[in-house]
Design a protein around this ligand. Structure first.
Ligand SMILES: Cc1cc2nc3c(=O)[nH]c(=O)nc-3n(C[C@H](O)[C@H](O)[C@H](O)COP(=O)(O)OP(=O)(O)OC[C@H]3O[C@@H](n4cnc5c(N)ncnc54)[C@H](O)[C@@H]3O)c2cc1C
Length: 390
């Protein structure tokens, strides 16, 4: 039996959310141990692909906007500490039917929180951004403060910050099991490399969380999604970040897709992806081969809306979503009394990355003080997990 190592807090999973969490905890002088089965950043979970959309006029719900305001402040601070700009403002254009979820929801958040925005007709969109060819029945909402963040670089920045503040980080270290500490409060974690005790365990294991903690009955389903880089007809100039924003579309059949300006990460390739047509999978064995059918599905959408991109696909990569029942994050202590020392940061449902630094701050607050300045009622685990023991 290995010796027990004692900490204030343990963090399981050091991807997007876990790296931010260990960074905030270590900065506060908390004795924290964070560990990951791989060595993040890596390409097997949810936090790879070089770019993520960030925006504030949040169509999903105004409940997210206060966290977004704080996330923007923290991205700026992290960039300064890291010595590299992690956030790139390109503007964000949402396109859809005037009364549909993307347009009406963005407008609601923008108006509720006074976020500057412009409403554009389809003709105005075509005129301002020639690669976009929306049909006349679609409309747009443009938010200047939208842009991109780089997930791999942000994970490096958070892990470096955590190390600088004396966090103990374990890589290539796999979670095996947990139990209540014998005879007292707190939890004990066994990994393939050691035995650890702490007051709290924060679970940020992304798409693996439900599989690692089957007794907790975490309500997330894992989906396989594909990112693509298409080569534009006529070159990448019309897609440069100073003239082409990040964009999100909801089109006739309900498909939501999105894309980015050209950033040179894949030479001559402009990044696009479908958001809401994922296929269920096991996080340990998703099909990582990208098929012609995957590429054709994307190309057909591009042909209808961004025709100059509907040509050659240069590169594609598979990524995993952790879908919660309604697409909302799951944040807070596990509600069963024997598991309440476990704090959940899961179910980010394909839209969590932009929040990483603020989620790290919230999980650190919850694990150390039990409270946060944000209204987390829409994200409370009791919405989906019965508070009675299973
Ligand atoms: C294709 C795609 C596009 C997206 N686009 C956007 C976007 O534009 N904007 C946006 O805001 N969000 C976006 N998202 C969502 C966002 O990227 C995710 O919400 C976020 O990355 C989730 O981070 P995570 O920390 O929960 O998971 P991960 O980063 O996957 O971290 C989980 C970690 O747990 C570790 N782990 C697993 N098992 C074990 C074990 N047994 N022991 C120890 N550690 C373990 C893993 O190795 C991993 O490092 C997108 C996601 C995908 C997949």
């Amino acid at each position: 039996m290995p010796n027990v190592n004692k900490y204030d807090i343990i963090v399981c999973g050091l991807g997007g959310m876990g790296s931010a969490t260990v960074s905030h905890l270590a900065e506060r002088g908390i004795k924290v141990f964070g560990f990951d089965r791989f060595h993040p950043p890596h390409t097997l979970g949810s936090s790879h692909g070089q770019s993520r959309i960030i925006r504030q006029a949040y169509f999903e719900s105004p409940a997210y906007v206060p966290m977004l305001f704080r996330a923007y402040q923290l991205w700026e601070k992290l960039s300064q500490d890291h010595g590299k700009q992690l956030f790139n403002e390109t503007g964000c254009l949402m396109v859809g039917e005037p009364d549909g979820r993307v347009i009406a929801g963005s407008k609601l958040s923008a108006e509720t929180y006074g976020i500057p925005h412009e409403i554009l007709t389809a003709a105005e969109i075509r005129d301002r951004y020639p690669p976009f060819q929306p049909a006349d029945n679609l409309t747009g909402i443009f938010e200047k403060k939208g842009g991109t963040v780089n997930p791999e670089e942000a994970i490096r920045a958070h892990l470096e910050n955590a190390s600088r503040h004396n966090a103990h980080l374990g890589f290539e270290e796999t979670f095996l099991e947990w139990k209540k500490c014998p005879g007292g409060s707190g939890i004990e974690v066994l990994t393939d490399k050691g035995r650890y005790q702490a007051e709290k365990l924060i679970i940020t294991a992304g798409p693996w969380a439900a599989k690692l903690f089957p007794d907790l009955r975490l309500p997330i389903k894992i989906e396989r999604l594909v990112l693509h880089w298409f080569q534009p007809d006529g070159g990448t100039d019309p897609f440069l970040p100073d003239r082409f924003p990040v964009h999100i579309w909801k089109v006739e059949d309900g498909t939501e897709f999105y894309g980015f300006p050209y950033d040179g990460e894949v030479e001559n390739g402009v990044k696009v992806a479908i958001h809401n047509r994922g296929t269920p999978c096991d996080p340990d064995s998703p099909d990582r081969e990208v098929s012609e059918a995957d590429i054709d599905q994307m190309r057909t959408l591009l042909a209808g809306h961004i025709p100059s991109l509907a040509g050659k696909c240069l590169h594609s990569v598979v990524c995993l979503y952790s879908q919660s029942p309604e697409g909302d994050f799951i944040l807070g202590p596990h509600p069963h009394s024997e598991s309440e020392d476990l704090v959940l940061g899961i179910g980010f449902s394909g839209h969590g990355y932009k929040f990483c630094p603020v989620i790290g701050e919230i999980l650190a607050d919850l694990a150390t003080t039990g409270a946060t300045r944000f209204d987390l009622s829409p994200f409370c685990p009791t919405r989906w997990i019965n508070s009675q023991s299973a």
